[in-house]
Write a protein that binds this ligand. Structure first.
Ligand code: GLU
Length: 485
């Protein structure tokens, strides 16, 4: 897009409704606001839109903050609770009523439902026909005196509403797309439209970057900003995130919340990077970028206009890259809960660090990583007979493994190179390739057929445990060996 570059400082906001978890779509919106504010300077306000809730729930607010903090979004003001500002929203409605920019609507829900059904039957979209917009002052007074319930509706001008969207370019809503929407419900509570605009005005928000699902609300909001004589913010609507089924990302295709990805062992740095690239590109082929790098490069011009598909394999790949490359101390706090879940909270710290260092190169997530090192810290391994059957079928293998055990025992230096040389020399004596002993050795030491380079594994298991595990494995092979008859 050809766009005059945005100038800072800006004031942006992230305005989630408390739902009990932070959807990745919301997190991505927060990330773009975070990056834009970090790039241009200014403030990001966190506003919790909790007016739909019977009571404002502190736990939910805390949960949103924790999820945002975890993923690495920084905000400068808030959390501001929308529910604390209801009186202010009502004041705005009163102001609009006083200026005849809003009116009381006494239509009953039965009347409106009947109109809605008739519109549906005619294949039309229901729009409030403005029945009460022309009531005289006397008629209004009469109904008020009779205690007739009413809502307050905004008097929508019958004009096109056009605006320039930072992501979608020029947008034009014809008047027939819009009707006199409700500002205050019959119980006097403000609607989303009134609350959000009222807050955006009072919080002096300059740029509203939010999901595409709000695009159809924007003409209403623009009309309200104008009616309230407030400067119009710049809008940018982010395309949806789709699942692999090309439908809106949902539970059907797996995890959808930041918390679920955290619990699966995704690193926050990886999730931030992944979500940022789900709808924005840095302008070159790089895929692994830190928040600082993205901050430097971030421009709204490179936000994509089309929906992005959430590619779980790519996230796994990206997470593996982060596991591989981040300094260990940045990974550790996130790994700790997974270590604890695998009973490793009290494991020897040096051995733990050595095991993590070796295995993080191969894990896709923290859960896998913690699980993959568990075997270093148990006294006795449990072997899987199905994985061991091919070793048990080789009658000469136990004594050859015993020979390996003795060679290893005799080494002066129980280190990678001597371990490697000793095994290869022995295989040569047997007239076999190195793999002949490498595979059962790996199984004996880790009860797995996959893992890090085998001599790294042996060195880390260490001399006494190597001996003990080889003995145990030799005995186990004898136990499961097929009988010759
Ligand atoms: N509270 C709205 C939501 O969670 C967002 C409102 C807005 O960004 O204007 O979808």
């Amino acid at each position: 897009m050809t766009e005059t570059a945005l100038q800072g400082p800006i004031r942006v906001r992230f305005a989630p409704s408390p739902t009990g978890f932070l959807h990745v779509g919301g997190a991505r919106t927060a990330i773009y606001n975070d990056l834009l504010r970090a790039h241009l300077g200014g403030e990001l306000i966190l506003r919790i839109e909790d007016t739909d809730r019977a009571r404002s729930d502190e736990a939910m607010t805390r949960q949103i903050q924790e999820a945002l903090e975890w993923v690495g979004c920084h905000w400068d003001e808030g959390p501001a609770l929308q529910s604390a500002r209801v009186e202010r929203h009502r004041e705005r409605a009163a102001e609009l009523l006083a200026r005849d920019l809003a009116y009381r609507c006494f239509c009953t829900s039965e009347e409106l439902d009947a109109q809605r059904r008739a519109a549906e039957k005619a294949g039309e979209r229901f729009r409030y026909p403005g029945t009460c917009s022309t009531l005289s002052a006397a008629e209004v007074e009469e109904r008020l005196a009779a205690g007739t319930p009413f809502v307050v509706r905004f008097r929508m001008a019958q004009d096109n509403i056009r605006f320039h969207d930072l992501v979608r370019g020029d947008v034009d809503f014809p008047p027939d797309a819009l009707d006199d929407f409700i500002l205050l419900r019959s119980d006097g509570s403000p609607t989303y439209h009134l609350s959000v605009v009222s807050d955006d005005i009072d919080m002096r928000v300059s740029h509203i970057i939010r999901g595409d699902d709000h695009l159809s609300n924007t003409p209403k909001h623009i009309a309200l900003f104008e009616a309230l004589e407030a400067p119009l913010p710049t809008f940018g609507h982010l395309p949806l995130i789709l699942g692999p089924d090309k439908k809106r990302l949902s539970k059907r295709t797996g995890a959808t919340s930041v918390e679920e990805f955290r619990d699966q062992g995704i690193l926050p740095q990886a999730l931030y990077n992944f979500l940022a690239l789900l709808g924005w590109s840095p302008g070159d082929a790089r895929e692994i970028l830190s928040r600082d790098e993205m901050t430097e490069l971030f421009t709204v011009e490179r936000l994509n206009t089309s929906a992005a598909v959430f590619d779980r394999d790519k996230l796994a790949w990206m997470n593996a890259q982060y596991l591989f490359n981040l300094p260990l101390e940045e990974i550790w706090p996130h790994l700790e809960p997974f270590l604890a879940a695998n009973g490793l909270a009290d494991a020897d710290p040096d051995r733990l660090e050595a095991a993590v260092t070796l295995h993080r190169l191969r894990a896709h997530n923290l859960a896998e990583l913690a699980e993959s090192i568990g075997h270093y810290f148990v006294d006795r391994l449990d072997y899987d007979p199905a994985l061991c059957a091919k070793f048990a079928a080789k009658a000469e293998l136990p004594e050859r493994l015993a020979a390996l055990r003795d060679r290893y025992d005799a080494l002066d230096d129980f280190a990678i190179d001597p371990l490697d040389q000793a095994l290869r020399a022995l295989c040569e004596e047997f007239g076999e390739k190195a793999g002949y002993l490498i595979h059962p050795l790996r199984m004996a030491l880790s009860a797995s057929k996959k893992g890090p380079p085998v001599f790294d594994l042996v060195a880390l298991v260490g001399r006494p445990a190597t001996r003990q595990r080889l003995d145990h494995f030799i005995a186990y092979l004898a136990e499961i060996a097929p009988t010759s008859e």
